[in-house]
Design a protein around this ligand. Structure first.
Ligand SMILES: [Zn+2]
Ligand SMILES: [Zn+2]
Ligand SMILES: [Zn+2]
Length: 319
């Protein structure tokens, strides 16, 4: 697999002719359950009495990005390509096979959030990494990969398309108004009180003004903060409020549909100031981290795709 840049949208896509993976047998034991020894464990949150770990991070069994090697970015006429160097981890949210985020306690979710923050921060220290994504796909219409409660993290040498659009837009708004567009949205939404779903301490869940899918929901900190990992690590009280709001929001989503995509948008690595974005100057002021939840409601949606990075296991040359 390799990464190719679309010269028009300037977004990277992953493509290549992949040998098909052997499918795990349906009766194979879950590899993520607590006593499994077949995993390459990277980090764990140990803070649960009587249990070896409360959440842990492992190398994805069939990673899309590999930590070894150099990107070897090169031109191909007007095109750009590079190897898929980066990291791909599975965050096991809970040792119990059926304790999904909407069934877990706030403490358990808070442990998971803290581990997520630690992993993002650690991966951002790699000078090759420009962006760390955290996402969760749940349900068969959302492309769920594992039945165990898990999220995934990818660390890439490029900023995914949707985040890039947000960074550009946040910066443009800031240049004009010297304010954060997300803070302005939050203020107006709290004032109008039409699309605010729930406020919990320093966090708020709202339905965006221009939703891409029915019941799209965002969770944001009410006080300005560009990076999730800063909040997620430093303030246990905040983490508990966020855990509670996340749990309740997912419970609400599940009254409509089982299937959803969830993605965390946080600031890119500050080791990589971008000249054409200019985001090294005002990134801490003009970007505001948030979680986006996109329920999959097949009966209501006409058509849509939700992709942070397009992935195509067949190249255009072989189709
Ligand atoms: Zn399991
Ligand atoms: Zn803000
Ligand atoms: Zn976003």
């Amino acid at each position: 697999m390799e990464l190719r840049k679309d010269p028009i949208t300037r977004s990277w896509v992953m493509t290549g002719d992949e040998a098909s993976e052997p499918k795990p047998r349906p009766d194979a034991p879950c590899p993520f359950c607590s006593d499994s020894t077949t995993l390459h464990v990277i980090a764990k949150a140990p803070n649960t009495p009587g249990a070896a770990w409360s959440a842990r991070s492992v190398v994805h069994p069939t990673p899309l990005y590999h930590i070894e090697g150099e990107p070897g970015r090169r031109g191909d006429g007007l095109y750009d390509r590079m190897h898929s160097v980066g990291a791909h981890e599975v965050l096991v949210e809970n040792p119990n096979h059926d304790r999904h985020l909407w069934r877990a306690s706030d403490e358990e979710i808070a442990h998971f959030l803290r581990l997520a923050a630690e992993r993002i921060l650690d991966l951002k220290r790699d000078p090759r990494i420009k962006y760390v994504s955290l996402f969760k796909d749940y349900g068969k219409n959302a492309g769920q990969e594992f039945s165990h409660p898990t999220s995934q993290i990818t660390a890439t040498m490029f900023v995914p398309r949707r985040v890039l659009y947000e960074l550009r837009a946040g910066r443009e708004y800031f240049v004009g108004k010297e304010r954060c567009v997300f803070c302005d949205i939050i203020q107006q939404e709290e004032r109008q009180a039409q699309r605010v779903i729930e406020v919990r301490g320093d966090y708020l869940a709202l339905g965006p003004y221009a939703p891409r899918v029915p019941y799209e929901t965002w969770i944001l900190p009410r006080n300005h903060d560009s990076s999730f990992e800063r909040t997620g690590l430093n303030k246990p009280g905040l983490r508990m409020n966020l855990a509670a709001l996340l749990r309740r929001t997912l419970q609400r989503v599940r009254t409509v549909t089982e299937d959803f995509h969830l993605v965390l948008h946080t600031s890119p690595s500050s080791l990589h100031p971008s000249k054409n974005l200019g985001y090294w100057k005002t990134i801490d002021d003009d970007y505001h981290w948030h979680i986006e939840i996109m329920p999959v409601v097949p009966s209501k949606a006409k058509s849509y795709t939700f992709k942070e990075v397009y992935y195509s296991p067949i190249t255009s040359e072989t189709q």
